[in-house]
Design a protein around this ligand. Structure first.
Ligand SMILES: Cc1ncc(COP(=O)(O)O)c(C=O)c1O
Length: 424
């Protein structure tokens, strides 16, 4: 093996074309979609694939109800609507997530309030939640980030104390568990994404889960124009009973998702195997902090995040600069590491400008309290984003230990030559 770094003209460690894409699409997946076309029923709230997906996902997660929608964002939004969130209400969520964990709050004219993360789990830090609660706070959206469940006992305890609704953002956590209970059944309502990058890939789509019939009925209305969905054999009355959107799912993605669902547990097991293999080797390399697991939870590794600590290697360079140089060197070796999120959510222009719907709404709404968003208020999130990068596709099956071995080799090569890397 060449010891000269690829970035300096050496041979790359990971052979070109070795990494396989996600998701693996099988003959069964194709047949499931073709069967829909052969059947000729492409849509409908009670259409067979959508109905079956809802039943199967409710059973898988362990909730009484499930509604299929057309995105994870829609699933979050109908949950907020079902919770009765109204203009000016405040909803607490994590500063470290994908935008939708917070934009769903704005979609319902409410005000996102962010909390910094626990630097070990990257999930919302429950110790910092209570200081953010005001008389306007109505709900908490914990995000099970990267596939590791948030500290739900602490979050549910706080929610009970202040009478808040808990909506799990489980968009990255299909099949993860906390104290033996599946993510998605740990709060009052939950939302999953079926975006192709997710552990359960459906092209695009979302799933909403709850044990509460009232929430489910309300969410079903919001999913479809504010109408009460007609039961089989009933006539549609074309009457909106309240505000609604068009968030219905459709038959082809539902059929594809059902087919992928049959392999979800096995795929999660293989991801874990890849992730743990990487961790067992990378933790031997000084300066690398691999992700931690917890005894209470199963991590389903939607994302594998690696933190770097240059100081531990005696390197006095800013964490961000060190990470960028290392990332460049690893990419040249064929290691697919990248950034995921460039700033805490409140740092995004949407929150800095606070223009929203125009005229400053919803922040300028008479029902709302003045809320300020300063990135400095989320130091752990800033640190994490600066000093870490992620892997997504490489740990997904059909990629296995052969690819992981190449990766370990590439990491060793780059870190053995770290002096050259920081000169870049
Ligand atoms: C944590 C989190 N929440 C919400 C979403 C939104 O899901 P979707 O893209 O299906 O709307 C995503 C997916 O990108 C996500 O990762």
């Amino acid at each position: 093996m060449s010891k000269k770094l690829a970035i300096n003209g050496g041979k790359r460690t990971v052979p070109e074309g070795f990494e396989r894409p996600w998701p693996l699409i099988t003959a069964e997946d194709k047949k499931a979609v073709m069967d829909v076309l052969d059947r000729g029923v492409l849509w409908g709230v009670s259409a067979p694939e959508v109905t079956a997906l809802q039943e199967e996902w409710a059973k898988y997660v362990g909730t009484r109800h499930c509604l299929a929608v057309n995105s994870g964002t829609a699933a979050l939004h109908i949950a907020l609507a079902a919770a009765g969130i109204s203009p000016g209400d405040e909803v607490i969520t994590s500063a470290f997530s994908f935008l939708a964990s917070s934009s769903c709050i704005l979609h319902h004219n409410a005000i996102p309030v962010f909390v910094d993360i626990d630097p070990k789990t990257f999930n919302i830090d429950p110790k910092q939640i209570e200081e953010k609660i005001s008389e306007k706070t109505k709900a908490i959206i914990p995000v099970h980030i990267h596939g590791l469940p948030a500290d739900m006992d602490s979050i549910n305890r706080i929610a009970k104390k202040y009478n808040l609704v808990v909506i799990e953002d489980a968009c990255q956590a299909h099949g993860a568990t906390y104290k033996g209970i599946k993510a998605g059944a740990l709060g009052d309502m939950s939302a999953f994404s079926l975006n192709t990058t997710k552990n359960l890939a459906g092209g695009e789509g979302g799933l909403f889960n709850t044990n509460n019939e009232e929430y489910s009925d309300k969410a079903a209305m919001v999913r479809m124009f504010g109408e009460i969905p007609q039961k089989k054999g009933q006539k549609r009355d074309y009457n909106a009973y309240g505000m609604g959107w068009m968030y219905r799912s459709q038959e082809m993605p539902a059929a594809f998702t059902r087919s992928q669902l049959r392999r979800l547990d096995e795929n999660n097991r293989l991801r874990c195997k890849n992730a743990r293999y990487l961790t067992s080797h990378l933790k031997e390399i000084k300066g690398i902090i691999s992700p931690s697991e917890s005894e209470d939870s199963t991590h389903i590794y939607h994302i594998y995040r690696i933190r770097l600590n240059p100081k531990a290697m005696g390197i006095h360079m800013g964490a961000k600069e060190f990470r960028q140089k290392t990332q460049k060197a690893l990419n040249a070796e064929g290691v697919n590491v990248m950034e995921w999120q460039f700033m805490p959510l409140p740092g995004q222009t949407l929150f800095q400008l606070k223009e929203g719907y125009g005229k400053g709404c919803p922040w300028s709404c008479t029902h709302a309290r003045d809320i300020k968003y300063s990135v400095e208020d989320y130091p752990e999130t800033v640190k994490l984003i600066d000093d870490s990068f992620i892997m997504r596709v490489p740990i997904c099956p059909p990629n296995g230990l052969e690819l992981m071995n190449h990766y370990v080799e590439a990491f060793r090569k780059v870190f053995d030559n770290i002096g050259e890397v920081i000169e870049l």
